[in-house]
Design a protein. Structure first.
Length: 93
């Protein structure tokens, strides 16, 4: 199996941590690596349309505030899984 044929952990969408939201475009769950809310686009691609990206950012920001009690900034540098769009709501200090 080549690198491009490897299964995508985000496409699999295993419910390994608490899930907070899901609709036809995305899902939001706690990131199992950094323990902050993460929004994942349901399409296996790296660049969602800007309007959809803004909506997903608003959703994950709301989860960070409501469920984690912190103001956040959006980190969409896809370090570990660079082939599938996702973004983390990181605590703003």
């Amino acid at each position: 199996m080549g690198v491009s044929d490897a299964p995508c952990e985000l496409c699999e969408a295993a419910r390994l941590t608490e899930w907070f939201y899901e609709d036809e475009h995305c899902w939001i769950a706690e990131c199992e690596a950094c323990f902050v809310p993460m929004v994942v686009w349901k399409v296996h691609a790296v660049e969602p349309p800007e309007e959809l990206k803004a909506a997903m950012w608003a959703l994950v920001t709301e989860v960070a505030s409501a469920r984690y009690g912190f103001r956040s900034w959006i980190d969409d540098n896809m370090r570990t899984i660079p082939t599938h769009y996702h973004a983390h709501a990181r605590r703003r200090f």
